[in-house]
Design a protein around this ligand. Structure first.
Ligand SMILES: [Zn+2]
Length: 228
């Protein structure tokens, strides 16, 4: 559990950057009960915010995969934390797709996505979802393991991301990729992939594209060799 001083520093840093949002993870319940740990998290954050000029900064609590005793893997728990904050601090939530999936929300199927959106609205309220962290998952469904993957190359998959980014109730929410960077252009490629899917495109995976690129290059090198 981060200390009040650490929270305060985080808030002040965000304010000095004139950030619109600061995304915080809800901590964990080490030896205490989950309910108590969630209350302690809320109280520490409120204490940190006291006397700090937030200047329009909004605190977003991110859902988690639920590894170990980490809080915030269920939408009900996230809603409880949010309810504890919002009377005193401008608050909202950030939803991470890889964490949702690993926590057991079946966003990889069309039915599962609709059901999750319905649950999101019934718990935290869709209006409180200010940001979506778009990440595919290396870890299996309901594994409670937090491992991000490139969009379309993990267990969530391309078809599911097309449905997610085009979902009528999600498409007005900003998406940010937090995907791995294994080679220099990976960020650009993942964002392009999301844009393409948002436009309804059927894009091949990043690796398939790279393979096509390599064989093209091979052909060109071969042609140059022949000319010499
Ligand atoms: Zn995230």
């Amino acid at each position: 559990m981060p200390s009040i001083a650490a929270f305060r520093q985080e808030l002040q840093r965000a304010v000095s950057l004139r950030a619109e949002y600061v995304v915080l993870h809800p901590g964990s319940a080490k030896s205490s009960l989950r309910k108590t740990a969630a209350k302690t998290f809320v109280q520490s954050l409120l204490e940190a915010a006291k006397g700090t000029r937030l200047d329009g900064l909004r605190v977003l609590i991110e859902n988690t995969a639920g590894q170990g005793n980490v809080l915030g893997s269920s939408l009900e728990e996230l809603a409880e934390i949010l309810a504890g904050l919002w009377e005193e601090v401008p608050a909202g939530v950030c939803i991470d797709t890889a964490h949702l999936f690993a926590a057991g929300y079946g966003i990889h199927t069309a039915h599962g996505l609709n059901e999750t959106v319905r649950q999101l609205d019934a718990t935290v309220g869709l209006g409180n979802v200010r940001l979506i962290h778009a990440n595919d998952s290396k870890a299996a469904f309901a594994s409670h393991c937090d491992r991000h993957e490139h969009i379309g190359e993990g267990k969530i998959g391309v078809a599911a991301f097309r449905r997610i980014v085009r979902h009528p109730k999600l498409r007005t929410i900003p998406f940010i990729c937090e995907t791995p960077v294994d080679s220099p252009n990976d960020d650009r490629r993942n964002v392009e992939m999301m844009r393409c899917l948002a436009a309804g495109g059927k894009m091949v995976g990043r690796k398939q594209k790279a393979a096509v690129g390599q064989s093209e290059q091979g052909k060109r090198q071969w042609a140059r060799g022949k000319r010499k």
